[in-house]
Write a protein that binds this ligand. Sequence first.
Ligand SMILES: [Zn+2]
Length: 243
Amino acid sequence: MAGEKSCVTLLSGGMDSATLLALATHSFNKVFALTLIYAQRHDREVESAKRVAEFYGVPHKIMDISNINALLQGSALTSSEIDVPKGHYAEENMKLTVVPARNTILLSLAAGFAISLGYTHVSFGAHAGDHAIYPDCRPEFVDAMQNVFCKFHFWPIGIWAPFLDYTKGGIINAGKPLNVPYELTWTCYDPQPNGLACGKCGSCTERIEAFYENRLIDPVQYVGGWDVALKNALEVLEKGPSR
Ligand SMILES: [Zn+2]
């Protein structure tokens, strides 16, 4: 239909992409959620992605591309030999969670899928808090990819990245009026055997801070409970990055 806007939304199962999906359902005529499995440690997150897509009643494709991990070594998220770092999310050692060319690969696959569907856009949940560690979450990266997607494909694809200037707390603030089901989401890079979030990895720390900023209790279950997780996160944040 002329003027119809449609979007393939990268849905990881984390709180950013869940909020993104919620916003997308308000901003586009059609939304298709796409979960690309590439990190070895994220089974729990994929389950969350399924539940979030079901919650919004959008079609959802889950594609396991983890066999590309053999090409993408050097990251704690794709290499079983590298432990996920603990501590402040802006710390130097968090660079161990950088997956080589991650968003170039994920956005390109999403764009190919969008072209196949005849959709107009792809979206992903990059935000300002990621700029320091992940170059492929920065506005300049999105501009450059947008240039490629618009000028060098027969079917131009727009990139919708509404959180580029948002902090993680800002994303939750945007999600609040939309009643995003954060209890279904998963953020922890180091899930514990009992199904709880560790409360100590950089990803947990950042998430806990975001809920705290909004004066909210995170509905996800942490080892030792919310009070323990919050106390630990505030201590880590107080210390700041040890660079
Ligand atoms: Zn964690």
